[in-house]
Design a protein around this ligand. Sequence first.
Ligand SMILES: [Zn+2]
Ligand SMILES: [Zn+2]
Length: 182
Amino acid sequence: MSLREGSPVNTPRHPFRLNLGFLLPQDIGSHHDFPFEFEHLEFDESLSLDHFDGNLIVSRTPQGLLLQGNFSADTELQCVRCLKNYTHRLSWEMTELYVFKRENVDEDNHQLPFNAEIDIEEFVREDAQLDIPINPVCREDCQGLCQICGADLNLGDCGHREEADDDDIPLNSPFAGLKDLR
Ligand SMILES: [Zn+2]
Ligand SMILES: [Zn+2]
């Protein structure tokens, strides 16, 4: 087993692979920081991240190694209101416990490999994806598109807004009479 101290092995193929063997003989409670910084990361077609930044703290516990990370990165999303692409800052945390003994493995933790080499790429990818909003908006007050002419209402009023409101209930609808009550 080769013990590589310090920073992660930042090869492009495995940017999140860590050799944690050097932590095993250390006292319980000792820990080590692994900072991560990447201009651009391409996981697969579904996820690409820019300005990736974060830190992982690996701590020696009685059962094994505890990994606690804080990460953030930019990703490009499409606003559901105005349909424009925009840059969204994701930020997420991860906590994973790797245990020495097979009998201590359960659904909440993992078996520490014999060589203490761990690749957290899968966690990073999954946790980043979980932070992507289901209905992304470019900004809280995005006005969206006009339902009549399709104009971007963030750029100005196309004049259809009141008309669209008035036409909420078509005249031939059985509820048309309700309009007079409002
Ligand atoms: Zn928008
Ligand atoms: Zn319009």
